[in-house]
Design a protein around this ligand. Structure first.
Ligand code: GLA
Ligand code: ZN
Length: 683
């Protein structure tokens, strides 16, 4: 898996901004002693360093960076070199105001913050290429350079005239004629017909916000324009350093405070990077969910990222202790840093990198956790935690070249669908909760130690025994045909309420539910009941009663078998869970939003029926706070066993294993301390 990177070890390190300390060479000297102590082997340099690299237009200063390269190489370290475009120097905005962003109300923004440049600006595009060319020429041949890190956390949008022009071109390319645009936008509604392409404008609170087609196209355009900007940035790097791979750090969405990140279609972006990297900031020990629940959500985010390229990925950023931007910036409990770091390795990551290696002394992130804090001490709890993870990663060296165990189960996750659904003027904005629904379905498998891929509608379905396709509101006919083929040739699918309502143009399917879906599911869709938050109904499944809330779909049977029925309301006794044999496969429809108790029973049935259990699990009778993930190569399986509970847990091994971290033999009963990780391999 690691052939992409010229490094045969786990990467341990992170963002380092020595340019903040150039007046204090002693600090930098000491840093490098401390980094070695903490087993830091990788340095991400140059993020936000533009003003130091090019203090005046065309005047470059690389000596300080040369020095850091030398120091890293003396320690046999790796360098991930960032292009500095995530924040531009002040002089550039003063001289070329065109590069500043314009907001959706048409106001030009002032210089400030970061991640705020116009993606269309020819000047900014030229400037980024110039500095990147300088960096590639100067550092491309350095033996420590293993990876380019493009910009930082791409995101946001710009509504300036340059971007409007680009959007118009994009629209014209997509729709070809104004007539076609008008038809597909249903623009006779409210007299919104377009007469010329010049009339196309991005969504704005001062103009259109309610055209779902426009909103969705704008989102798609923003992804395309960001990728186009990125492709422009990397041109000199591909040309000068064709053998150095390229990544850009994606954002994770940070459970529990936010869903999966929503700005950009990462499934699309992933095709343009050589290796996935992302920034992971779960808020461990928050006050409204258990550590185990948050671990499940974090596992899912890791699986999202792993699945983007079906390969190893890098944790480009994580915090060694706390962040400075959660609503409450809690430090990690003893053992948690190791737990969270190794969870990522367990899911297939080959790097644990931090923001940041050295804390800044002032400005907005001065209180953010760091390996070396302003105390400059190697005696902090954080420093010791980080050193321990460094040691763990060395002990896990045999795992570097392994793969994550191929899942038999996949959940479909689609960006267009997410955007379309969140914009649907129907249902309830308070309860749509697409991502929460994916989490609910995923959690059953995670708790049963069954691995799951999170796939796009473009991915191959054939490796999977079971596909879960929740709330697929905007579904293309191409995807319907794909699942038709998948199920008829022996695959099994689970669909839910709110499926197959609109096409990718955001036009309703006419004449009832699309025929392909009717055939697959043996149903025809009738209507959706949106419940108020305090309202409930229930479903009766062979005498077991399960509460349902938020949404209840009604279907007419067209050959499907009903397994469970609604209990109350005008649809009492209508189908709430159905099964349809279609070709060699099966299609299940869960018509209503249930709690996890129902999903447990339902998926337990499918796990048994379709043989999804993982027979390799080395321990018996584990409770739901213990989780097992597997990495493997031809010779060996490595079981990452984690106790996410806040108290001790005893597990029972069914054979003789060895813990690669402690070196202990694992035989029969083994007691795990809170948050402990064991990496077991056969003795
Ligand atoms: C993001 C950024 C970093 C830093 C961290 C703080 O992930 O990429 O530059 O601001 O957040 O957690
Ligand atoms: Zn712009």
């Amino acid at each position: 898996m690691t052939h992409i990177l010229n490094s045969s070890r786990f990467l341990h390190g992170g963002d380092y901004n020595p340019e903040q300390w150039l007046d204090n060479p002693d600090i930098i000297d000491r840093d490098f002693i401390l980094f070695q102590q903490a087993k830091i082997n990788t340095f991400t340099l140059g993020i936000f360093s533009w003003a130091k690299l090019e203090p005046e237009e065309g005047v470059y200063d690389f000596e300080w960076l040369d020095d850091i390269f030398d120091r890293v190489e003396k320690q046999n370290g790796n360098i991930i070199l960032a292009t500095p475009s995530g924040a531009r120097p002040r002089w550039m905005s003063t001289k070329y105001p065109e590069i500043l962003r314009t907001n959706e109300e048409g106001q030009k923004l002032l210089f400030g913050e970061r991640h705020n440049h116009c993606f269309s600006s020819p000047i900014y595009r030229k400037k980024t290429q110039e500095i990147n060319r300088q960096l590639a020429n100067r550092y491309g041949h350095r033996k420590s350079l293993i990876l380019w890190h493009i910009s930082n956390e791409f995101g946001g949008e710009c509504h300036c005239e340059l971007c409007q022009t680009a959007f118009r071109r994009w629209m014209q390319h997509k729709y070809k004629t104004i007539d076609n645009l008008n038809k597909l936008y249903w623009s006779s509604f409210w007299s919104h017909q377009y007469n010329t392409w010049e009339e196309v404008h991005s969504p704005s609170p001062l103009g259109d916000t309610t055209s779902m087609s426009l909103n969705l196209d704008w989102k798609r355009f923003v992804t395309d324009q960001t990728i186009d900007f990125y492709e422009n940035e990397i041109k000199p790097l591909r040309e000068i350093t064709p053998n150095i791979p390229i990544t850009t750090n994606f954002m994770g969405g940070n459970p529990p405070y936010s869903d999966v990140h929503q700005d950009l279609d990462y499934q699309k972006f992933a095709k343009h990077v050589d290796i996935i990297s992302w920034d992971s900031y779960p808020n461990w020990s928050n006050d409204y969910e258990s550590t185990t629940e948050l671990a499940m959500k974090t596992a899912l985010m890791n699986d999202v990222m792993r699945s983007l390229k079906q390969n190893t990925y890098l944790i480009m950023e994580s915090t060694p202790s706390q962040v400075n931007w959660h609503p409450f910036n809690k430090s990690k409990r003893p053992g948690m840093h190791e737990m969270g770091s190794l969870q990522q390795i367990a899911h297939g990551a080959n790097a644990v990198l931090y923001f940041q290696l050295h804390q800044s002394r002032g400005s907005s992130e001065m209180f953010h956790g760091a390996v070396v804090t302003n105390s400059l001490s190697d005696q902090t709890r954080t420093f010791k935690d980080v050193s321990k993870v460094g040691k763990n990663l060395e002990e896990l060296q045999p795992v570097v070249d392994t793969e994550y165990q191929q899942p038999k189960v996949a959940i479909v996750f689609d960006y267009d669908n997410m955007w379309a659904l969140s914009d649907a003027k129907n249902y309830s904005d308070e309860t749509k909760n697409y991502w929460g629904t994916i989490q609910d379905h995923y959690s059953v498998f995670w708790h049963n130690n069954i691995s799951v891929d999170i796939i796009s509608t473009e991915d191959d379905l054939s490796p999977y025994t079971l596909i879960i396709d929740p709330m697929h509101f905007m579904m293309s006919q191409t995807f319907m045909a794909k699942i038709e083929k998948y199920v008829s040739s022996g695959g099994h699918i689970v669909g839910t309420y709110m499926t197959g309502i609109v096409d990718p143009n955001y036009l309703a399917y006419m004449g009832g539910w699309p025929e392909t879906l009717q055939n697959i599911y043996g149903l025809s869709y009738v209507e959706t009941d949106t419940l108020y938050p305090t309202q409930n109904n229930a479903i009766n499944w062979e005498g077991d009663f399960f509460n349902i809330h938020n949404y209840a779909d009604l279907y007419e049977l067209k050959g499907a078998k009903q397994l469970a029925l609604y209990v109350d309301d005008f649809y009492a006794d209508a189908a709430a869970l159905t099964e349809n044999n279609f070709g060699a496969g099966t299609a299940f429809m869960i018509s209503a939003r249930t709690n996890r108790d129902f999903l447990n029973k339902f998926y337990q049935m499918l796990i048994n029926k379709f043989d999804l259990y993982n027979i390799d699990i080395p321990v018996e009778d584990i409770n739901e706070n213990i989780n097992i993930q597997i990495r493997q190569d031809d010779a060996q399986k490595y079981f990452f066993i984690t106790n996410y509970d806040d108290s001790e847990q005893t597990i029972v091994f069914n054979d003789n294993y060895i813990d690669m971290l402690s070196g202990n033999s694992l035989i029969n009963n083994v007691t795990m301390s809170p948050y402990q990780v064991i990496v077991a391999r056969k003795a």
